[in-house]
Design a protein around this ligand. Structure first.
Ligand code: ZN
Length: 175
């Protein structure tokens, strides 16, 4: 009986030295020896956790996309408001001496005033919408953080990897 050098990462069966190209149990192609699982437990946990990690990675991507979409809405609102402001201020005429109630100050020009009001409204609406959309993304991210943290299917270092914090975080320092 040949020495067991690792475990099949697809079905956890032991792989012996001098093995063929495929696993004797599941007939799938075996990876290079260095990439074989070191124990049946390690192979089992890799099999069960790969879908879980992909699922969380996908959900985090959605959360970050929604968050940056909100930021883009805020940015677009301010940009459009700025353009409206520039266009309406460029319409500003010098003070007219011919108003119905005597000389009119330049800023009372109705088109300019209307443009400024519209610009402020566009900026305000863009900001509020952007904050609301960003909040959806951030709520999703916070929910995911909580779900990952409370998962019984992940080890502490796997949770740390998914949350993107150093794996030593949350571990009491050895004294
Ligand atoms: Zn196998």
């Amino acid at each position: 009986m040949a020495e067991v050098i690792g475990y099949c990462p697809l079905c956890t069966a032991p792989v012996e030295a001098g093995h063929g190209a495929v696993c004797i149990s599941c007939y799938e192609k075996l990876p290079p020896d260095a990439e074989l699982a070191q124990s049946a437990d390690q192979a089992r946990s890799a099999i069960t956790q790969a879908p879980l990690k992909n699922r969380y990675a996908d959900a985090y991507r959605v959360g970050r996309t929604i968050d940056s979409f909100g930021t883009a809405i805020k940015f677009a609102g301010f940009t459009i408001a700025g353009l409206i402001l520039v266009v309406s201020l460029s319409n500003m005429r010098p003070a007219s001496p011919l108003g119905p109630f005597g000389p009119q100050p330049a800023l009372l020009n109705a088109a300019v005033l209307g443009g400024v009001i519209v610009a402020v409204l566009v900026a305000a609406v863009g900001f509020v919408l952007g904050v609301l959309v960003s909040a959806q993304g951030q709520i999703l991210l916070a929910t995911l953080d909580s779900a990952v943290n409370n998962s019984h299917f992940l080890t502490l270092s796997e949770k740390a990897a998914i949350l993107g914090v150093p794996s030593t975080a949350g571990v009491p320092a050895a004294t």
